[in-house]
Ligand binder design. Structure first.
Ligand code: UFG
Length: 344
């Protein structure tokens, strides 16, 4: 069985993808993660779920020399799933160079080494943020990309462009860029999930931390948007569904000789759901009353964005399995598990 390299394997989506890869008989995996935004425990959690140890290299991908050592030691890598990147939109506005340096440099290094060591298949983590503030919904992959709204989003646009330029001079490589909408939830066992460092920026970790008493109350940013209930609309998608799409994308690249050298695919459920609806779903499935209030709009938030996901369904034969209730329940299970782990 050929070897698959996962960068950012201890991260939120990376770790769920490792579990799904193992469950689909990709057992020869290596991870590179320097734990800049993740925890070493993640690999214990992966082992608890799958029974497998995954070797991780604690290496900064911006360090070409150290990264190359991984490829020298592992000559039989047949696929790279490149998750590792900084991902906070707000922080990227405050610290643009941090984002340009890390997200771009690491991808440059990965591509250099993919070519030098003949790795044929590459999956790249992109984001629906590449679409910016868009009016025409749902969003399809052929929507022309506007000027990026944040340095983070720009690093994803540049990453996609870099891949295309790289592939033009690399006939032995193929790649798929997956554009994630809003990944939420946790592994159905509640043993693996998102581990935000400090105060969470994202909605669902903020909800679960409020419900468990770490935060006093959730502020819903704006209820005066032109939507049914006045709150913003997003396409929330279960992290395990996102993870499985990576396995399907990798299999597609490996097995379908007629597949184009480069493609880009949206990963969302196709359903636009308001912030208020997320809160309602959380309260319904957990039976917990959430302390929340309406506050002012958050600068930079789009009113509404959700995916046309037909391409993923057709091309990858992918169907999202989990609904909003599953997303809330698994996120809650994970939050309770984390609390227990901290107490013991
Ligand atoms: N929200 C609140 N209160 C909070 C946190 C969020 O009301 O405490 C609202 C936001 O205003 C937004 C919705 O919940 O309307 C979702 O916000 P998130 O921060 O969870 O997600 P975003 O849609 O802003 O951002 C996500 C990812 C980014 C990605 C972006 C693409 O976090 O990495 O989608 O649009 F780039």
């Amino acid at each position: 069985m050929s070897k698959i390299l996962i960068t950012g394997g201890a991260g939120y989506i990376g770790s769920h993808t490792i579990v799904d890869l193992i469950e689909n008989n990709f057992t020869n995996l290596i991870s590179v993660d320097n734990f800049s935004n993740s925890s070493k425990d993640t690999f214990d959690r992966i082992k608890e779920i799958t029974g497998k140890d995954v070797k991780n290299y604690n290496v900064d991908l911006c360090n070409l020399e150290q990264t190359e050592k991984i490829f020298e030691e592992n000559r039989d890598i047949s696929g790279i799933i490149h998750f590792a990147a900084y991902k906070a939109v707000g922080e990227s506005v405050e610290k643009p160079l941090k984002y340009y340096h890390n997200n771009i440099e690491s991808l440059v290094n990965m591509l250099k080494l993919a070519k030098k060591y003949n790795v044929p298949n590459i999956i790249f983590s992109s984001s629906c943020s590449v679409y910016g503030n868009i009016d025409k919904l749902p969003v399809t992959e052929d929507t022309p990309l506007p000027k990026a709204e944040s340095p983070y989003a720009y690093t994803k646009q540049i990453g996609e462009r870099m891949l295309q330029d790289f592939l033009k001079i690399s006939p032995n490589q193929k790649a798929i860029a997956l554009r994630y909408f809003n990944p939420v939830g946790a592994h159905p066992t509640g043993k693996l999930g998102e581990m935000p460092i400090g105060v969470p920026n994202n909605l669902v970790p903020f909800i679960t931390q409020t419900a468990i008493g770490i935060r006093e109350k959730l502020t819903i940013f704006g209820n005066d948007y032109p939507t049914k209930d006045g709150t913003c609309i997003r396409d929330y998608i279960h992290v395990s569904d996102i993870a499985h799409a990576h396995v399907l994308a990798l299999q597609k690249l490996m097995n379908d000789k007629n597949f184009p050298q480069y493609d880009v695919i949206n990963l969302g459920t196709g359903n636009g759901v308001s912030v208020k609806k997320v809160v309602d779903a959380f309260e319904k499935v957990t039976g917990k009353k959430l302390n929340y209030e309406y506050g002012p709009r958050r600068p930079g938030d789009a009113v509404a964005i959700y995916a046309n996901n037909q391409k993923a369904i057709k091309v990858l034969n992918w169907t999202p399995k989990y609904n909003l209730n599953d997303m809330m329940l698994s996120a809650w299970k994970w939050e309770k598990n984390l609390q227990q782990a901290n107490v013991n």
